[in-house]
Ligand binder design. Sequence first.
Ligand code: CEZ
Length: 798
Amino acid sequence: QAPFTCIDDALVLHSPKSMPKASGFLWNPHMMLQMNCRGYATAQFMQPEPAKYAHGPALEAKTFMQPEHSFYAHHPARFFYIKDEDSGKLFSAPFEPVRQAPKSYRFIIQADCIKWLINFDDIEIEIILNLSATDIVEMWQVRLTNNSPKRRNISFYPYFSIGYMSWMNQSADFDNELNAIVASSVTPYQKVSDYPLQKTFKDLTFLLADRTPSAWTSHQASFEGEGGLHNPDSISAEYLSQDPSLYEPPVAIYQYRLTLESQQTEQFRFLFGPAKDTAEIVKIKQVYFDTLGGFEQQQAAYKQYISGYKACINIETQDPLFNQVFNLWLPRQMFYHGDVNRLSTDPQTRNYLQDNMGMSYIAPDISRIAFLKALSQQQVSGAMPDGILLSADAELKYINQIPHTDHCVWLPICILAYLNETGDISLLKEKISYADSSQSESVFLHISKALNWLVDHRDGRGLSYIDQGDWCDPMNMVGHKGKGVSSWLSLATAYALNQWAELSHQLGHHQSVDDHLTQAAEINQAVNQHCWDGNWFARGITDDNRLFGVKADNEGRIYLNPQSWAMMSNAVDEVQQAKMCQAIDEQLMTPFGPMMLAPAYTKMQTDIGRLTQKFPGTAENGSVYNHASVFYAWSLCKIGKHQQAYDLLMLMLPNFQDASYRGQLPNFIPNYYRGAYHQHPKTAGRSSQLFNTGTLAWYYRCFVEEIIGVKGDLHGLIIEPHLPMQWPSISLTREFRGASFHISIKQVPLEKDGITKPKINLNGKPIKGNRIDQCQTGEQYRVTVEVPTSLLSRQSNT
Ligand code: CEZ
């Protein structure tokens, strides 16, 4: 039986045990919260760099969001203990830390909230969690209903962990006036020069309650006593101890003693978050609790915030789960990326550009602003920085201090997708300056400079230098001495040049068309000459002139990216194409999608870099890295293998059969599933649980432009569906440049009318060709499309 169901606008998990790491995530412009089904939470807020208000029990290192996060008893969590005062039975919702099996359990993920409906011993517990749209606040609402025929005496204990806040100064106490436990701390620092910023930090953590508790404690150790977190001493006692914490790890716990008549319901609300001072907490209390209807208003505001985009397609296929994923979860995850830039102040340039390519399909105005921002940070030489600074005081950190050579490539590719979707060629004429020059030039020229930079940064063989990385961050030692080259970047450059040539042709810039096509052809030729290994392309050539990613290698024999991008850049003939696809099928394919490379490395290769130090089958070391898989799907579309592309795209989504195995619900696409399929079959397929990934933009683009095939160009909407055999017919609404197209697409047998080309009717009348030019803002159009089946199968079998 499937561990989850899909109803209306929600995914519902039916047990806390089948997928212990299943989670939902919520965010607003200042914070993010990933909440798992058993009560563990990972939250961060921006001040302006990512910070925490609930910590682990020991000193934490600052890092970016990690995959395959593991949970432990004292992991930051939100628990609700319930003790039956008559029978002494103890339970905790959602599940941790007592782990008593509930009578029924539902973990429900919706766009704007995460809910639980749990029945334990006939006490019905409904928990609803959402965030504020504007403040750094978790909003919790809990309802307890006595579903048994008799009166029940219970104690209800909300438990919010605060953890080890600071080695310099930490404490907590109950504030009677606020009706809140407030923990206070001083963020550790040592440099005097850090003090001015440090003193602005929100170093308080509060748990505001809308009802006065019978008792409370903020003392973690005495709460647990000898019984431990799953059976705390303080819960066996009649009342909590009302202890402050004095340079001891704080926690926020209340006790409410209740008598519930049969069918009686009691409701509680809590607000949890950081604050700079008491005044901020007072303000929160006023808005959310003291104002009549304040809490409900904030809930409604959050609901509105989280749906602050309009997806360009709403689809109806025969598969309700896919419909929900495509219409709700994918655009939502895309919006998250474009909205808050993975909660960083200096997103990696390639991530920023691709995330905004995705925004082109749901909020193109934001993409436009983002592209201009990125271009304003370009050097006059054409070079792009490693990260885009989102505000004046942001700095390039971590990975953005390492020189990568691929950033320019994403400009033409991502901006082209935006132009197709919007037709907004005015963008190309916008004049902007450079990071190192006040000279103002058009976007078109900025992009030409980026392409020239790529063309110039090649070695004598005509291959692109890799420096300390390309798309692949941890491939940091292939070219650190300044000589190593990347076949992938060479091919990506050729693809970008070809793409831009096509656009330049439409715009009438004939000189650049010729230049770009010639340069692309040269690069393709160079890659063929130096990197073709008989059946597939090598991944590159190291500083010491070693070709790697070839059949002579025992580990890292074949990489996916060069093959995909060779198909995109037209570097290969049909014979090569067939050989590459066969090699991918034989060496990289798994039931969860293609691995990014195989076999995974088991030891450091000093001429490749730290990629080879990652555990085999995780991340770039041979996982099913969805960003790379989706490039492959895109390339399959480019060579007309749409059925195969569709099958691959479906493999990226957990489904009813394999969700427990992957350990994740289809409410997001993770950055990877474990690979190393032959080396570590036991863990293959396991989700990274990390929802930061460049996959979405490409995933959505594949469906919009290729599979569903309702794609924009500079002039209008092109109808060119490539429906898979799983979709005999679909209907959809396509929002396009202000108009709505209600489209139904049907596969018809070739015999019918002997048609060989799609038959398209617009408002009941057949159109010539397959482009709809008319498109009036605010208009509704009806489009019917009949696609001859044999045409489809021919395309998919080539
Ligand atoms: O980070 C991603 C990057 O955000 O890795 C991709 C790259 O294209 C994205 O821009 C492939 O390398 O070890 C590392 O530094 C890795 O680079 C990871 O941090 C990786 C993570 O999956 C973060 O999401």
